[in-house]
Write a protein that binds this ligand. Structure first.
Ligand SMILES: [Fe+2]
Ligand SMILES: [Fe+2]
Length: 192
């Protein structure tokens, strides 16, 4: 896979799809900027991080029916009562089918960006952190999480995940079973 070519195609398509959704585009660009900084700091593949960032919400503006017809049928039953999370499923599907991405690390980061999951790698964790921290989000001051992520990804992931979870509860979002399970695992593994 040519990562640079894929990134250029993805950025082109995101700009097109989000032309009439400037706030969402700004959010995606903010996530990309955080991912770029974190990846450089932790000596990761910056192009891969940017592909993940630009793809993570590419299907966010589609409706539920669209998501259901552009997702891996394997997961549909576990997602059908949780419409908020469907865009993660379809983003993963599009990455595979439209952009021919086979890198499991990219696919997992996309699939689990709303819920977390067991054994996520550093790219998936950085996406969840960046999704919470990016500068156009005004919900909380996330400067601390951002600064922690430059030094200790695990600690920042725990903080970002907790904030994300509390925000979902506050917004009365129905909590997806994967999200609950990931929260339990984080609590078990981060006894301090
Ligand atoms: Fe998302
Ligand atoms: Fe997002």
């Amino acid at each position: 896979m040519d990562y640079l070519k894929t990134l250029s195609n993805v950025i082109h398509d995101v700009n097109h799809v989000m032309k009439s959704h400037p706030k969402r585009l700004l959010h995606i660009q903010g996530v990309a900027s955080c991912m770029e900084k974190f990846s450089k700091q932790h000596h990761l593949n910056v192009i891969k991080s940017l592909i993940i960032a630009y793809l993570h919400d590419i299907t966010k503006k589609e409706d539920d029916r669209w998501h259901l017809s552009h997702s891996n049928p394997l997961y549909l039953t576990i997602f059908e009562d949780y419409p908020y999370y469907l865009h993660a499923l379809s983003a993963c599907h599009i990455a595979k089918e439209k952009y021919n991405i086979e890198d499991q690390s990219i696919l997992d980061a996309l699939l689990y960006h709303c819920t977390g999951h067991d054994d996520l790698d550093i790219y998936a964790k950085l996406l969840i952190i960046s999704d919470v921290c990016e500068p156009s989000r005004k919900h909380h001051d996330t400067t601390l999480i951002f600064n922690v992520a430059l030094k200790d990804v695990e600690a920042a992931y725990k903080m970002a995940f907790e904030l994300k979870y509390q925000m979902h509860l506050k917004e009365n979002q129905k909590i997806h079973p994967w999200f609950k399970k990931a929260k339990e695992n984080i609590e078990e593994n981060h006894v301090s």
